[in-house]
Design a protein around this ligand. Structure first.
Ligand SMILES: [Zn+2]
Length: 253
């Protein structure tokens, strides 16, 4: 299975999953890049996966369906235009005619119904987990988002993380304020700067890499706890408080 990043808007990635013949697209906020990629590579669109209801993830669905009826999988508890299959935690998705299966994970926090799709050693996590960062809490609580991130962090270390935005370098700027001594963050920053200079995506990374460089997956570590304590005047009482403080700090940056 091949996975290709299609760019849209300022910094969105729509992910195209294909076998050389049939293709799925994840979070089509726009239709044009999907149509262009399918036409230029001779692919037939076989389905659409949606992680959450925000328009930069959904506005391309109806225009794509106007061209061709395909199944649309999306979270059961959110309004998703054109959805044909409402999915819930633990559901398994087998797109017709393709040799791939995805498991649905409910990951509330950014939105309450947000889902992620895991399969073929890949994770499509929408706006929940970003490289070196995480989504804003528009609808959910810190405890919900932390629970969601901890589930994603427990996936096999080699799982490739396909986030929906190219936010890596700005996330790393914040991450390095939190953990100035973190050598993995420093070397990852150098690598990401080179990728962006070459106009290439920094994504996908891996879960194993994120555990080293993503402060929101590291709220249990002494380094992050001490950094938070320097600001607050005391240590956070638990991981949820640490996560809430860290997210609040990032929101002010
Ligand atoms: Zn969003």
């Amino acid at each position: 299975m091949h996975i290709v990043a299609l760019r849209a808007f300022r910094d969105n990635y729509l992910w195209l999953v294909h076998d050389g013949r049939r293709a799925l697209v994840v979070d089509p906020g726009a239709a044009a890049p999907v149509v262009a990629a399918c036409e230029s590579q001779g692919l037939q669109l076989a389905g659409i996966l949606v992680t959450h209801h925000h328009r930069d993830h959904t506005d391309g669905i109806v225009p794509l369906l106007d061209r061709q009826r395909v199944p649309v999988w999306g979270p059961a508890d959110e309004p998703i235009p054109g959805r044909t299959h409402a999915v819930r935690d633990g559901d398994r998705i087998q797109p017709p005619g393709m040799d791939v299966m995805f498991e649905v994970m409910h990951v509330p926090g950014h939105t309450l119904g947000h889902v992620a799709y895991a399969g073929a050693d890949a994770l499509f996590c929408g706006d929940t987990l970003f490289s070196a960062g995480c989504g804003r809490l528009f609808e959910g609580s810190p405890a919900q988002m932390l629970g969601s991130l901890e589930r994603l962090a427990a996936l096999p270390a080699h799982t490739k993380v396909h986030c929906a935005h190219e936010y890596t370098l700005s996330n790393l700027q914040f991450a390095r304020r939190v953990e100035p001594e973190n050598a993995d963050m420093a070397s990852y920053t150098t690598w990401c700067e080179q990728r962006r200079a070459d106009d290439a995506p920094t994504l996908p990374g891996t879960i194993g890499q994120e555990l080293l460089v993503n402060p929101f997956l590291r709220v249990h570590t002494d380094a992050v706890r001490q950094s938070l304590a320097m600001r607050a005047g005391r240590l956070p009482v638990d991981r949820v408080e640490a996560f809430a403080w860290l997210r609040g700090w990032k929101d002010q940056c």
